[in-house]
Design a protein around this ligand. Structure first.
Ligand SMILES: [Zn+2]
Length: 367
């Protein structure tokens, strides 16, 4: 027993734990693993899935009443009613008890695996989809690509002098060309070596009514050995509700629905809240798809999908991600990022990820 205590409280044991806790708190990062192509979260040891992602896949209508917090799912004249915090759900008016309650995680409603497997998947069947040969077109109309930094802000600088702003711009232009070849309209937040403030970058995406926002960066770390590809989506924060409220009050709302203008501020806030929640789930899916494509196509270490509070992602109203293509502080990756061939392969990997993501959307729409 004494020995055990000695080990338990030894620096060897405590230090890594403190480092882990500190790094989680400081970076706010959460790595999200995937199961069945869905992000999966572990809460109290149980696996949970985002409800909005499940519904999108099966084309199930989701209604959320922010006041009563009741969620109603509808499809094919079947209905499920549930509420975050409750383990009891109504399946076509029949009560059923889950082992774990429905919950809210990172600002979105999540359901335990048992709900997905024993209720949702059985009730709402997989849509029959015949993938026609050659239907691999990207089903998006406009993508905003944001090369990070520029002008007097070089971003990270590699040991041999490679500047992040130049790498970002070049990869962004390559991605833009690839998307154009697929018939997708693209807008670059900058196409020259120019400094653009972060809010302006978000505005370009919002006013252009883009479907996606892709910010391209390259990393740096004091740890020279650190290397790999990682991707971030916007992290939720306590200010989400506030953000939605301000968006509803102050923004010139250019939602296509004219009726929207006559809604009260509270109602607008709820709608904005739903828009944010929805784009977050989509951003996670987009991140997963890009990570997978890069992992398949390139021999690079995948550091994973993480959430962070990047200023540039916070202001955007559509699914958006921030890509860290590699570490300029790592000699090997600086060499790779200097080469045109490698930059092109990264752009191609991101394109494949966008294609997979857009086809998942198409699966839902095709039904
Ligand atoms: Zn950067």
């Amino acid at each position: 027993m004494k020995n055990f205590k000695k080990i338990f409280f030894s620096r060897l044991f405590i230090l890594p734990v403190i480092f882990y806790l500190l790094s989680t708190i400081l970076s706010g990062c959460v790595t999200v693993p995937v199961q069945d192509g869905l992000p999966v979260y572990y809460i109290g040891g149980a696996a949970y899935y985002p409800l909005v992602s499940l519904c999108q896949r099966r084309n199930v209508e989701l209604k959320y009443d922010a006041v009563t917090r009741i969620v109603v799912l509808n499809a094919d004249s079947k209905q499920v009613t549930l509420r975050p915090g409750d383990a009891l759900v109504l399946v076509d008016q029949r009560p059923m008890r889950l082992n774990y309650p429905v919950d809210i995680y990172q600002g979105t409603v999540v359901v335990p695996r048992q709900f997905k497997e024993q209720i949702f998947d059985l009730l709402f069947k997989q849509p029959v989809f015949t993938r026609k040969y050659g239907v691999s077109k990207i089903r998006l109309s406009k993508v905003v690509i944001d090369p990070g930094h520029g002008g007097n802000d070089p971003g990270a600088i590699g040991r041999t002098g490679l500047r992040e702003k130049d790498v970002n711009l070049d990869i962004a232009k390559r991605l833009s060309n690839l998307l154009k070849q697929e018939g997708v309209q693209t807008v670059l937040t900058r196409s020259t070596d120019k400094f653009i403030p972060l809010p302006v970058r978000a505005n370009i995406a919002n006013h252009g009514q883009a479907d996606l926002f892709i910010s391209i960066h390259s990393n740096a770390s004091r740890t020279r050995s650190l290397n790999g590809f990682e991707i971030y989506y916007v992290a939720p924060s306590v200010s989400d509700a506030k953000r939605a409220y301000f968006a509803a009050r102050n923004e010139a709302l250019n939602l296509r629905n004219a009726q929207f203008a006559s809604f009260s501020s509270d109602l607008k806030a709820i709608i904005w809240d739903m828009i944010y929640t929805n784009s977050r789930a989509e951003s996670i899916e987009l991140s997963q798809a890009i990570c997978k494509a890069i992992d398949d196509d390139l021999d690079v270490k995948i550091l994973g999908v993480k959430s962070a509070r990047f200023q540039v992602l916070k202001g955007i109203k559509m699914p958006g991600v921030l890509i860290e293509t590699g570490f300029l502080s790592n000699a090997g990756e600086e060499r790779l990022l200097r080469s045109n061939a490698y930059r092109q392969r990264i752009a191609e990997g991101v394109l494949e990820g966008i294609r997979d993501y857009s086809q998942n959307l198409a699966l839902v729409e095709a039904r």
